[in-house]
Design a protein. Sequence first.
Length: 265
Amino acid sequence: MATRRSACLALTGLAAALLFQSASRAEEVIKIAVTNGPHAQIAEVAKKVAAREGLTLQIVEFSDYVQPNAALDAGDVQANSYQHLPFLQSQIQARGYKLSAVGVTVTAPLGFYSKRIKRLDQLATGARIAIPNDPTNSGRALQLLHKAGVIRLKPGAGISATTLDIADNPRKLQIVQVDAAQLPRTLDDVDASAINTNYAVQAGLVPKRDAIEIEDARSPYANLIAVRTQDKDRPWVPKLVRAFQSPEVRQFVAERFADSLVVAF
């Protein structure tokens, strides 16, 4: 009798332990910040994949590029997915964030759009150009203008180029820096505007069809998943990365964003 009772107690204890472990897995909730548009839609697909590994994703959408990193550094979210490495590095340097990249997602090429011209070399003297006002994306826009031959940058300006690195501006272009999220709204007021893909898609633009100049698909600006440095070795991190780099996400990007995004994994 005692043996039977001991066995029952052991089985009960084992069942309780398994139940606790199962509940713990089910309660593994990660808040991930994204910008609205393509990144939010991709996150919805990754959310379904992550659920199969017991990882519940709560998607928090933002409409700008600054708040997702601020929220992550403050611990309001545990991860974000919306930015490329040069932008993350610039934010870390400027704001002292302790954040780390843990995996790549998609490449979203930046392009110039216009309601007035078909090519950048059609820009008239004194034309107004809108570009993003954050350091890395403004550098990307200036590189595209340099590539099109409408301005010349100083040698070695690279991805961190600023308007101070313009060595020659023969058309006397007026370059206006605008918050990235507001750039689609400038199309009625300027001759051309450099717009990041997520905001272009939100505005109903198709990058490969509508851009008058666009970055090469081999651009180094692959978007990534970032977490707080103190969390980068947590067990949920590889689950999160696998969800975003899953065949389901690859298929979704190919079907939904074939003319806009390229998978980077």
